[in-house]
Design a protein around this ligand. Structure first.
Ligand SMILES: Nc1nc2c(ncn2[C@@H]2O[C@H](COP(=O)(O)OP(=O)(O)OP(=O)(O)O)[C@@H](O)[C@H]2O)c(=O)[nH]1
Ligand SMILES: [Mg+2]
Length: 651
């Protein structure tokens, strides 16, 4: 038997799904978290009779006629694959809006059971719902639930399974004007009449609640943006420089700097393993993976804080605050959700662009979302901050401000380079503020930590075993004394000249960036393998081996280069499927590469002039390339219409 969960966005479908299946799919306190269908078996606890029951979680939707890609998934599933039962999750705190969709579901013939969810909020407000009357009016069973504490879920599942076994078709609601041209109005009137009969509200709608008061401040026209920056600054400082940085320092220096490699060395020596294999394991595998996992505490602290913020309902306000500014660059507040999701990982971030109905806005958001530093880029940021800017506490958080800046600048450029019009309007439903749940933030953090460790011990491990091998052997498969004769050196040297205008000299830097396209953590892991093999000095300490390759200015530029050029291959794959055309994929990659490259070049060249009073390496080619880029921009912008001329001059 297949049971589908359907309902409005943010009503608690995925929370309920996770509770009854034991899965850990993403939930979030805003609309449009789930963008793809998810399916799993129901837990034994909720299936005492041991029937064969599958649960399908669907993206939220307001109506059966879809507007956006993820709503279409819901409609196609319900109409096309006909589940045996639909559990319609209704947000009890928002009944009047939810029932519109409910009446549409009731017309499909598939039996419906309603979960009147968030009943904890309803009773806290002192509101009352006459469940029996509502159930009679709609001709279907209704169970009150609180998905977050699993209240009522057993009863709900029992009812749903019973209804599914009975196979009686759903009785349709019958109201005047249902088949008329103006059926939506008639439907809304039908719903309003039911609500009037079944719901008693305690709250005086004209009263200003605490939530309203908070919104007047954090979503204020002028205060909103500075508050957002301050909040983000606090979160990133705390994670990168504060507690997260402190814990990571410990795990890098002591745990993965001494304890683990020493233990591994003495263990392997005891086993009588050959020195070469020992080097492969300790320097290659453990060194590379350890350099990444060393930053785990920092990643965990950041995601803990972000989950708290998101669960409180604040992130949904950010979308409203950013809407005003994003409108000017052809985006809207809707684009902020993919970007917030992208701060965890660009792949779900890019997938979340599906919630945007306007195709131009969707494409632009897909191209710009990878500019947000994801969890995998965090170790790169933390490493460079620890080595080059230990005293400048502003550098870490400033990366995120630069990311926002690049998104806005990128949007402006994209808008002028390709002619497109934005037709979207933005309505964001604001969830009520709540005290964020520590348990939720903790489980999110553990989830992210697991994914981080998994990646480090699989893809990063494999890559860096290869990197170790490629820096230790020549093409003839003979071990080399001098790294510069190795396979990796010859591969890196192919790319290295491209990086000269950016002030990056050395095949090692090229090699690290290339492995970074496989997974961004590889940049750190590759440095650990390459440089630690070549030197006794620690990678993570101020003035460590990295300082031989960079000045603080070029270090900052290298950071920017790795953050703002295209994301890892997996994320590029996600971009490919969301953009839906090769032409746009190439445009997107070209754009991202152009932005990252130019930014790094400008930081190096202008920064070196300003800070050290002399140009960096590659100054002359940099000027030539800058001129070429400027000409290209002017030509493209001119071509794409008269409104571009203005920016052409600025560029
Ligand atoms: N107070 C309370 N909050 C709940 C309850 N169920 C879910 N929530 C919260 O509601 C928010 C949205 O939950 P989700 O499960 O992501 O909602 P969804 O319906 O899957 O949303 P979309 O995927 O966007 O359609 C989260 O912050 C949950 O913690 C409940 O019974 N009571
Ligand atoms: Mg969901």
């Amino acid at each position: 038997m297949r049971i589908a969960l359907a309902g409005n966005p943010n009503s608690g479908k995925t929370t309920l799904y996770n509770a009854i299946t034991g899965k850990n799919e993403n939930v979030g306190n805003w609309s449009g978290v789930t963008v793809a269908k998810k399916e799993a078996d129901i837990k034994k606890k909720y299936n005492p009779k041991g029937m064969d029951v599958r649960i399908v979680d669907l993206p939220g939707t307001y109506s059966i006629s879809p507007f956006t890609g993820e709503e279409k998934i819901t409609r196609d599933f319900i109409l096309g694959e006909k589940p045996d039962v639909i559990i319609n999750i209704v947000d009890g705190a928002n009944i009047s809006r939810s029932l519109f969709f409910t009446t549409q579901l009731l017309e499909l013939g598939v039996p419906v059971v309603i979960a009147l969810n968030k009943s904890d909020i309803v009773s806290k407000r002192g509101d009352q719902v006459d469940v029996d009357a509502l159930s009679k009016a709609l001709n279907c069973r209704i169970i009150t639930t609180t998905a977050t504490s699993e209240d009522g879920l057993l009863k709900l599942m029992n009812e749903a399974i019973e209804v599914g076994t009975d196979k009686k078709p759903q009785i349709q609601p019958d109201f005047q004007g249902k088949d008329s041209k103006d059926s939506d109005t008639a439907r809304q009137k039908f719903v309003d009449d039911i609500i009037k009969k079944c719901q008693v509200k305690n709250r005086d709608a004209s009263k200003v609640t605490l939530s309203d008061k908070l919104d007047m401040i954090v979503a204020h026209k002028w205060l909103g943006l500075p508050i957002f920056f301050a909040v983000m600054w606090a979160v990133f400082s705390f994670s990168i420089e504060g507690l997260g940085g402190y814990l990571s320092g410990y795990s890098n220096d002591i745990l993965f700097g001494e304890i683990v490699p020493n233990a591994a060395n003495s263990f392997l020596e005891g086993m009588g393993v050959s020195p070469l294999l020992q080097a492969l394991i300790v320097d290659g595998a453990i060194g590379g993976v350890g350099a990444v996992i060393g930053f785990l505490p920092l990643v965990m602290v950041l995601f803990f804080c972000l989950s708290l913020l998101e669960d409180s309902g604040y992130m949904a306000r950010v979308a409203v605050v950013m809407d005003r500014f994003f409108k000017k660059i052809g985006l809207s507040g809707k684009s902020i959700i993919p970007m917030i999701v992208g701060s965890g990982c660009a792949i779900p971030g890019v997938m979340a662009t599906r919630t945007i109905d306007d195709i131009n806005e969707r494409r632009m958001t897909t191209i710009l979302t990878p500019f947000v530093p994801c969890g995998a880029k965090l170790p790169i940021i933390a490493l460079f901050v620890a080595v080059f800017f230990p005293e400048n506490v502003w550098v870490g958080p400033s990366i995120y401000m630069i990311a926002i800046g690049m998104i806005i600048l990128g949007g402006l450029l994209l808008q002028r380079m390709f002619d497109w019009e934005n037709t979207s309007s933005f309505i964001m439903e604001l969830p009520e503020y709540k005290i964020p749940s520590i348990k939720y933030a903790f489980s999110q953090m553990i989830d992210k930590a697991k994914a981080f460790i998994y990646k480090a011990t699989t893809i990063i491990l494999v890559c860096n075993t290869f990197v170790w091998f490629a820096q230790a052997y020549s093409w003839g498969l003979n071990p080399v004394e001098d790294q510069s004769l190795s396979i990796l050196a010859s591969l890196g040297s192919l790319i290295a000249p491209l990086l000269i205008p950016l002030g990056f000299v050395g095949w090692q830097l090229a090699a690290a960036s290339i492995t970074g396209f496989i997974a961004k953590e590889n940049v750190v892991a590759t440095f650990a393998v390459l440089l630690a093999v070549a030197s006794e000095e620690a990678l993570h300490l101020p003035g460590g081996v990295l300082a031989e390759f960079f000045t603080p200015v070029t270090a900052f530029a290298y950071l920017a280069f790795n953050l703002f050029t295209p994301p890892c291959f997996a994320a590029i794959g996600a971009m490919n499927s969301e953009l839906g055309s090769k032409k746009w994929l190439f445009r997107a990659l070209g754009f991202q590469f152009g932005v990252g490259y130019t930014l790094a070049m400008l930081i190096t060249q202008i920064g070196s002039l300003v800070v050290y009073g002399k140009p960096a390496v590659g100054f002359v080619p940099a000027i030539i390339i800058t001129a070429l880029i400027a000409v290209y921009l002017v030509v493209t912008i001119k071509k794409s219409g008269s409104k571009g001329a203005k920016v052409g001059v600025e560029a």
